[in-house]
Design a protein around this ligand. Structure first.
Ligand SMILES: [Zn+2]
Length: 112
């Protein structure tokens, strides 16, 4: 969450589901938008979404994203950034489930 404060990125709620995602970071607008359905989600779900998008914010404002694009090319850099954001998101889920003392939150399906 510090990345949001440090970069002046605002958090908005708007219909972005049509784009096929629940949240979206737009660097030019300095905005992370959470899908309107987010107002009905469990707070932990929104926290996990913001952890993911916050990683993108941090990568952009720190210059890490640009450096990885130069070093790896746009496609590989995108994969690396999404992997990093997904790992942060998963860590948020792990922390939340540990705090709540239960298994996976409802709506999350275990695989394997
Ligand atoms: Zn992402």
């Amino acid at each position: 969450m510090q990345a949001f404060a440090d970069s002046g990125v605002r958090i908005a709620v708007a219909p972005v589901v049509d784009l096929g995602r629940l949240a979206l970071y737009e660097p030019r607008r300095r905005t992370v938008t959470v899908a309107a359905v987010g107002v009905r989600m469990a707070p932990g779900t929104v926290a996990a979404l913001l952890a993911h998008e916050g990683t993108h914010v941090q990568d952009f404002v720190s210059g890490r994203q640009a450096a990885e694009v130069r070093a790896l090319g746009r496609v590989e850099a995108c994969y690396v950034e999404e992997l990093r954001a997904s790992l942060v998101e998963l860590e948020m889920w792990r922390a939340l489930t540990h705090l709540m003392g239960s298994g996976f939150p409802s709506g999350i399906t275990r695989t394997g």
